[in-house]
Write a protein that binds this ligand. Structure first.
Ligand code: SF4
Length: 377
């Protein structure tokens, strides 16, 4: 018997029932006390509806929180900065405000309120980092990421979902630092009491916003943020110790990554395993002619390139893409980001540190893209 528990539940028999059982099986049933205020932190990124936490799941978690004694439930997120109009459209399509009201909770965009500033916490974090005041004002935090693959961190589950608690400028800075180390340091500052991974409709393939949906029909729950991410990784065919973020999280003492030391309850782990396609595999399959030279490129440029390829991959006019410190070695290469500036005189290039996904997509397709391509219809 281990101290660390992770539960796996099927959701087909009803979401509220599955959430209550997942919480019970993971030993989280006594986490919320009568009168507690609870913050639910989903992934409502503002960019992709199919890449967001399921709103019915958020609703079920709010209902179960009330059943456990919560007096007040807040659903909060700091989405990607996509512009006010686009964000409102995204929230409307998600139906988050109506659902929140229906269940008697409130919805907040963290960026509309104060952040608590931390200074000089770690060399792996921005010098100043702001974390939503709601993290400090509530009694309990329930972290609810969606289960997705990711071009920079391989997977994006519970540990990475906490980036949404930071200010917009911090989110950008994270991508210019060592992203995984920065996330680990952030996880020392923000400690959710329960983590529930939404693997109902999970995402594999090219990236975390535009990949392919996999009907997994599962949720994963634990108090231990590293353990729940490790079990979810194993479920989609990746050994947790091979994921740097999980390894660093375990080494930093944030939780358990060794599956032999975790009690896995609920559904059987082995019979629910399914190998997910990872972003690099999906890109190689979709665009077999594509070469990416990326020595020394940071995750900001890589993540925006992956987004851009999702939009412009089929309309792309270049076979070789160069980022970071690599030297272009063919005539028809396109160079991305300010790090490539010493070769700009001879090549098509996209300025910026990092350039936006839209700028890259337009350059790849020689400006044939336009419009609002962030939000799914
Ligand atoms: S231009 Fe260079 S430093 Fe800036 S985000 Fe891209 S790879 Fe990183």
């Amino acid at each position: 018997m281990n101290n660390v528990k992770v539960s796996i539940e099927k959701t087909r028999g009803g979401l509220k029932k599955a959430v209550a059982k997942a919480i019970q099986d993971a030993g989280c049933h006594d986490t919320i006390s009568t009168g507690d205020s609870v913050l639910i932190k989903p992934n409502l990124n503002g960019c992709s509806i199919k890449g967001s936490t399921s709103v019915p799941l958020i609703k079920a978690i709010a209902q179960v929180s009330y059943d456990m004694g919560a007096k007040k439930v807040i659903i909060g997120e700091g989405p990607v900065k996509v512009g006010k109009e686009r964000l409102q459209k995204y929230f409307r399509k998600m139906g988050i405000q109506e659902t929140t009201k229906e269940v008697g909770a409130s919805f907040v965009n963290f960026d509309d309120y104060e952040h608590v500033i931390h200074e000089s916490v770690s060399q792996d974090l921005p010098e100043k980092i702001g974390i939503s005041k709601y993290i400090y004002e509530v009694d309990r935090i329930i972290n609810v990421p969606m289960l997705k693959v990711h071009p920079s961190t391989v997977v994006t589950f519970s540990m990475k979902n906490l980036k949404g608690c930071t200010r917009p400028q911090d989110k950008i800075k994270f991508h210019r630092l060592d992203l995984q180390k920065a996330i680990v340091e952030l996880n020392k500052l923000v400690r959710p009491h329960i983590n529930i991974i939404d693997g109902i409709k999970a995402m594999q393939g090219t990236d975390h916003n535009g990949g392919d949906i996999v009907d997994l029909g599962l949720i994963f729950c634990s108090k231990d943020i590293v353990a729940v991410d490790s079990v979810a990784s194993y479920t989609i065919g990746i050994q947790p110790e091979t994921i740097r973020l999980i390894k660093l999280g375990n080494e930093a003492g944030l939780g358990e990554s060794d599956l032999s030391k975790i009690d896995i309850t609920g559904e059987d782990l082995e019979s629910n395993r399914r190998r997910f396609e990872l972003p690099e595999e999906a890109m190689a399959r979709r665009f077999p002619d594509l070469r990416i030279l990326k020595e020394g490129a940071c995750s900001a440029c890589l993540a925006n390139l992956m987004d851009a390829l999702g939009w412009a991959g089929g309309l792309r006019n270049f076979g070789t893409i160069v980022l970071g410190k690599d030297k272009p070695d063919v005539d028809d290469a396109i160079l991305i980001g300010n790090c490539t500036r010493k070769y700009w005189a001879e090549y098509t290039h996209v300025k910026g540190c990092p350039p936006t996904s839209m700028e890259i997509a337009n350059a790849l397709s020689k400006n044939s893209l336009s419009g609002t391509i962030f939000v799914d219809d």
